[in-house]
Design a protein around this ligand. Structure first.
Ligand code: HEM
Length: 231
């Protein structure tokens, strides 16, 4: 069971960096580490900034690799992006794919810029996480958050391998810092997602089971029905 802590968030407390590893549930493919608090050290901030860039080709390269990984490992996910999916086999060459890849990496750029303002980073990530509730009717499932972690690991580590030897201690420090950032991003986005779900539930009158039964986040039957209607 994932463990979220909604009650003890304190971004000013430098000692409370906290990573919860859910080893019981982890499989080789799934990393459910939850990172609620994180205040990167100045060395971690330096390493993360050193390995990121504003160069548009760099950003597109990372963003597109992340989506290619997601779409190739989980082919159903491309249907969540109708503007990309409509291009059929040529989706990789579409302007919409390029635009989505860049939108995605802009979030990572925002995180790199806010490494010394973690409360603002967390707030922005939670807002983006909240936005993803609206994609449930297209078939977005919370499990997809974990795919992002695998995709980021694959694309970014590939990029790091191109300029630093993996035998180097610095390489391990960089990987460690990126791992923490990736877990932090996912944890905050999941929190925004869950927060928005709770809000939607509270704003209607049905019991939880009735509401959950017709909410696309909980019901796969509703997914396919609504997906068909949307098409
Ligand atoms: C933690 C990783 C992720 C980040 C940072 C992220 C970021 C974003 C951003 C910035 C947008 C643009 C619009 C908005 O703010 O609402 C967006 C849209 C979207 N995201 Fe994500 N996302 C993430 C993970 C995922 C995953 C794993 C999926 C599903 C596989 C997904 C599905 C979507 C969809 C369907 C849209 C709407 C695209 C459209 O406009 O048609 N996201 N995401």
């Amino acid at each position: 069971m994932n463990c979220y802590n909604f009650t003890h968030i304190n971004h000013n407390n430098q000692d409370k960096n906290r990573f919860i590893h859910n080893d019981e549930e982890n499989t080789e493919k799934e990393d459910n580490t939850i990172c609620i608090y994180w205040h990167p050290t100045s060395s971690e901030i330096g390493l993360l900034r050193e390995t990121w860039s504003d160069d548009i080709d760099f950003l597109y390269n990372i963003g597109s690799q992340i989506y290619i990984y997601i779409f190739e490992h989980n082919p159903d996910t491309i249907e969540l992006f109708p503007k990309i999916h409509k291009h059929g086999e040529r989706w990789k060459d579409s302007p919409e794919f390029r635009a989505q890849s860049l939108k995605f990496v802009q979030t990572l750029t925002m995180c790199i810029e806010l490494l010394d303002k973690m409360d603002r980073m967390a707030e922005n990530l939670r807002t983006i996480g909240e936005h993803h509730v609206q994609y449930a009717k297209r078939g977005f499932k919370p499990i997809y958050w974990n795919i992002f972690y695998d995709a980021l690991k694959f694309s970014l580590f590939d990029h790091l391998n191109s300029f630093i030897e993996s035998s180097d201690q610095k390489y391990h420090d960089i990987i460690n810092a990126w791992n923490k950032l990736a877990h932090y991003i996912i944890t905050q986005m999941k929190r925004g997602y869950v927060h928005k779900l709770v809000k939607e539930f509270q704003e209607q009158d049905d019991t939880f089971s009735i509401w959950a039964g017709r909410h696309p986040s909980f019901s796969s039957a509703t997914h396919s029905k609504e997906k068909k209607q949307e098409k």
